[in-house]
Design a protein around this ligand. Structure first.
Ligand code: BG6
Length: 486
């Protein structure tokens, strides 16, 4: 299915996100014939470009940031001929009348109907200003029966109150189903596959509950520090930057009930229900079950305050209060400047009740299902098998499924999938208002507790060294026997 003909207006078009992700993803969709038959990309920002100079700039960025290949010059030129630019002071409401004129001009040239997808690739302080100005210029609704949609990037607010403020402002201007809160983790192929793995198979779902699962661990570690994003990161920290958004959404995919039907509202209802069932953390839970740490040298990073108590690492344990998951610990661990870059979800099953064999693994990590998002997108199941020959000695083996084996095609970048869905108007993989609020509600007590503590109980770690994790997770690691080739 190809999206309807439309104009995609990117605010913050000269910024980092547009440069690294949005423009290369749009080019890639175009080169694969997945863009609308007629479309225009309109870059809007305060930087001084015109159509021609912006095309040149966008072309250079596509060449630099397109993953794993060189763009085809002819296709690139054809894509760039559909790119336009408008330099306006986005803070000034009056300048949005010029935006309106630019839309008219593009539509006359291209014969695109009055369908507009706005993408706010801007700092979050613009999330109120731009929609308000769009409304004032009459751009938030089509008078010709076309559609309007708006993509909002993260961070979606700073805490529960500010996220609700942004929401209520946006909802005065757009309908909920027109607002697409992007979470690029949901654009990742393996993440979507969690739904298929669980709900297209009889084998896993029957084990997918507190009777058989010992624990669930979601881990996302990165080797890089905050790089050039210190200014943003210092006000956010790992809990806001990764947990409130990406990792709680992943958790919801793992823990949700089967939707009544496979449509966006049914799926998003189930996601919201899990997030709403998170057991609130009391101060004593936070003390015992949430560990935060900061890498050495963080406070000297550009844009970071000298005495910053911002965490660059979080490890937390929590529970979901419902029939499926009561009593099963969930762990989320994420950090910057770690020894390796990995993102994976481990579902650890309960151990066999009796140890019969020599070498039999007896911990909860012996039978585990690992859904790997990075480095390779794969799923692997670990279990014990007999070593060939005399006796009954057991070895752990891995049964692996690697995406590369299903199709030689490259996996689309998360932004490709999400931009395509946004153009199609499919909001399944975008966070809904209520689930955003539930996840803020869950993390907020932690933020408040840390604010009170300041730097007290903030661990420090050397770059490239794992900070502390929970004892039971360390034990699970110890029990992990090096898997043999399957
Ligand atoms: C972003 C965070 O949303 O996700 C970054 O702001 C983080 O701090 C990034 O590095 C991680 O994404 P990925 O796709 O590299 O795992």
């Amino acid at each position: 299915e190809r999206p309807k003909n439309q104009i995609l207006a990117i605010f913050g078009a000269s910024g980092d996100l547009a440069k690294r992700k949005l423009m290369p993803s749009l080019y890639e969709l175009f080169s694969r014939g997945m863009m609308p038959e007629k479309f225009a990309v309109l870059g809007v920002s305060r930087t001084n470009f015109d159509d021609e100079s912006f095309r040149k700039y966008a072309g250079e960025n596509i060449r630099s940031f397109l993953k794993d290949k060189e763009p085809d010059s002819e296709i690139l030129d054809s894509f760039l001929s559909r790119v336009f630019y408008l330099c306006i002071d986005t803070l000034n409401e009056d300048s949005y009348f010029r935006l309106r004129e630019k839309f008219v001009e593009i539509r006359e040239k291209t014969e695109i109907p009055d369908n507009i997808l706005f993408d706010l690739a801007t700092p979050p302080d613009m999330y109120r200003i731009i929609p308000r100005a769009l409304k004032k210029a009459g751009l938030n609704k089509s008078k010709e029966g076309g559609f309007r949609r708006i993509i909002v990037e993260k961070p979606f607010g700073f805490d529960l109150e500010s996220s609700q403020d942004i929401n209520s402002e946006l909802l005065k201007i757009f309908e909920e189903n027109e607002i697409l809160r992007i979470d690029h983790y949901l654009g990742k192929e393996t993440v979507q596959n969690i739904l298929v793995l669980r709900f297209a198979n009889g084998i896993f779902e029957s084990l997918w509950n507190r009777n058989f699962i010992d624990s669930v661990e979601i881990r996302a570690s990165e080797t890089l520090g905050v790089e050039n994003r210190g200014g943003y990161y210092d006000g956010a920290g790992a809990l806001r930057d990764m947990v409130q958004s990406h990792l709680l959404q992943l958790m919801a995919f793992v823990a949700m009930e089967a939707p009544a039907t496979f449509d966006s509202e049914s799926i998003r209802d189930e996601i919201a229900k899990v997030l709403r069932s998170l057991k609130p953390l009391s101060d004593s839970d936070i003390k015992a079950d949430v560990i935060r740490a900061q890498y050495l040298g963080y406070a000297r990073e550009k844009g970071v305050s000298e005495n910053s108590s911002t965490e660059t690492y979080v490890a937390m344990k929590f529970f979901i209060e419902n029939w499926r998951w009561g009593g099963v610990p969930f762990y989320i661990i994420t950090g910057k400047a770690m020894p390796e870059k990995t993102s994976e979800i481990a579902i650890r099953f309960k151990a066999a009740p009796q140890k019969l064999f020599k070498g039999q693994c007896c911990g909860s990590s012996c039978n585990s299902l690992t859904i790997r998002i990075y480095p390779d997108e794969s799923i692997s199941l670990m279990f014990g098998l007999k070593v060939p020959g005399a006796g009954f000695e057991v070895r752990q083996v891995n049964m692996d499924f690697n995406y590369k084996s299903i199709s030689p095609k490259r996996l689309p970048d998360a932004y490709e999938r999400l931009l395509l869905d946004a153009m199609l108007g499919d909001n399944t993989l975008f966070a809904r208002n209520d689930s955003q609020s539930y996840s803020w509600k869950f993390v907020e007590p932690i933020l408040n507790f840390w604010r009170m503590e300041g730097r007290e109980n903030l661990h420090v770690y050397e770059k490239g060294v794992f900070p502390p994790v929970f004892k039971e997770l360390r034990d699970a690691d110890v029990c992990k026997i090096e898997p043999t080739e399957s």
